[in-house]
Design a protein around this ligand. Structure first.
Ligand code: ZN
Length: 487
């Protein structure tokens, strides 16, 4: 029969509590409840004899250390008292350091702990009568993470999160750098902050570490701003091209196309055409329909919208190039909006953009034709009715088209990379880096391009290396030519 656990509710101690999920797993039936499982660092005796404020003050000081992971290293059965106690053994040099520092911190505060026992780090699981068998005879080794140190005074428990003293300082340094950049707070910036803080706590001896942390904050903020601006522009121009594109397509045109296709494929006949016949006919019908659109007046407005998207991409790429160069030169104060307006205005006279727009528009039409042809073919194969086919075709032509978004994204990214390259070239840059965006969309070729940096200008790979690429050129330029872009 299991005996009740002794009541320590009037004692006090400094202790570590395992994560709740692990505590649940460790708790044994009839033993200490999961929420009471702990590793005592120092037992101080009767709570009446220890000032709670002094205890909590000591714990707050002791918590200025990194969270650590100890090892659960099996079971032991402590004997020699009124009852035996089955414990999980806890092994960790960090825990030994903590114990030593705890004794020092308490001693400084005039608290001496009872000297009845040495220190065997453990987590009590269950009290047993002397003749009672243990409910388990083996515990697998596993890590146990401690993220807080607790001051327990009678029934009162206060947890202090473990954090290296450098942690808060480094966090502030990173935030200061980020604020200087004017960039948004994104998930990526948060992750970078954690990494930078971790690096800083591991390099506390380096006198320049806080400066380096500020720089990291600035760099991450700059990239966050750069990607945010690009995304906003992509979204705006995609929406605008899409809207104009949708206006081109009339519902009766779609119906006529579907009717022609159905007639041509003879859907009323028992032995209809084979699959390849359907696909070829559907693609031809889609192309024919889109060719008609090309003759409509509205088609030119789509081309203008694409031209504007390319101009914006190119201008943004030039601003990005200067922002990256400014970051490398540790120069702050770039006014991205002024710079963009200026760079965009310079696009006015650039006739080549019209040719680019025509080329991208051709790809866009081909992309939509492919999507439409595929949709019509699978609709015919699946035996959709006339109205269902018309709806499916209308979805492709008048919904938010994937082909349009894909093309605008690719065109603007290409324009941005060309804009950056052109700016660096006109500034006489000889060596150019390629930097991957590190956002999960990086393909192997981009990593190779980054690894191969710096490149001699002209020999470098032509960015973007893949659709949706966010990787960038980077180089040093004299910022004197861009003084009007800085505040
Ligand atoms: Zn890339």
């Amino acid at each position: 029969m299991t005996v009740a656990s002794p009541n320590f509710s009037d004692g006090c101690m400094i202790a570590l509590y395992p994560p709740p999920a692990l505590a649940q797993q460790l708790a044994v039936e009839g033993g200490l409840p999961a929420e009471e499982l702990h590793v005592t660092v120092a037992y101080l005796g009767d709570a009446d004899h220890v000032d709670g404020d002094v205890l909590r003050d000591a714990v707050a000081e002791l918590a200025a250390r990194r969270p650590f992971t100890a090892q659960l290293a099996g079971l032991a059965r402590f004997t020699g008292g009124d009852k035996d106690v089955l414990v999980a053994l806890v092994d960790s040099p960090d825990l030994e350091d903590l114990r030593r520092d705890t004794l020092d911190a308490l001693h400084e505060r005039g608290i001496e702990i009872p000297r009845g026992h040495g220190f065997t780090a453990h987590c009590s699981l269950i009290y047993l009568n002397l003749d009672e068998p243990a409910p388990l005879d083996r515990l697998d080794a596993q890590p146990i993470e401690f993220t807080a140190l607790s001051a327990v005074h009678g029934l009162d428990r206060i947890d202090s999160p473990l954090a290296h003293p450098m942690d808060a300082v480094a966090r502030e340094a990173f935030a200061a750098g980020w604020a200087l950049s004017g960039g948004p707070m994104t998930r990526r910036v948060q992750v970078a902050c954690e990494t930078a803080v971790h690096l800083a706590t591991e390099a506390t001896d380096d006198p320049d570490i806080l400066k380096a942390t500020i720089d990291l904050g600035k760099l991450e903020g700059m990239w966050a701003l750069l990607f945010q601006r690009r995304q906003e522009q992509q979204d705006r121009h995609t929406a605008s091209v899409n809207a104009l594109w949708r206006d081109l397509v009339a519902r009766d045109g779609i119906a006529a196309m579907v009717d022609r296709l159905r007639w041509q494929l003879g859907v009323h006949e028992a032995d209809g055409p084979d699959r390849s016949g359907i696909r070829a006919a559907a693609l031809a019908a889609a192309k024919a329909m889109l060719a008609v659109l090309a003759d409509l007046a509205g088609f030119t407005t789509v081309r203008i919208a694409l031209r504007n998207a390319i101009a914006a991409g190119r201008a943004e790429g030039m601003v990005n190039a200067v922002a990256i160069a400014a970051e490398r030169a540790n120069r702050i104060g770039l006014d991205w909006n002024i710079a963009f307006t200026d760079a965009y205005a310079a696009m006015e006279r650039l006739d080549e953009l019209w040719g680019d727009a025509g080329g991208w528009l051709g790809r866009m039409v081909d992309g939509v034709a492919d999507d439409l042809g595929r949709t019509l073919a699978s609709g015919m194969e699946d035996g959709l009715s006339r109205d269902e086919l018309i709806d499916a075709a209308a979805d492709i032509l008048t919904g938010d088209s994937d082909a349009v978004a894909f093309t605008v994204d690719w065109a603007m990214t290409t324009a941005a990379d060309e804009g950056a390259l052109a700016l660096y070239q006109s500034e006489g840059v000889q060596l150019i880096d390629i930097i991957t965006a590190g956002d999960g969309r990086v393909c192997g070729s981009c990593i190779d391009a980054e690894t191969g940096s710096p490149w001699r200008v002209g020999d470098q790979p032509r960015m973007p290396l893949h659709p949706n690429c966010r990787c960038c050129y980077a180089a040093d330029v004299s910022l004197a030519h861009f003084a009007s872009w800085f505040t």
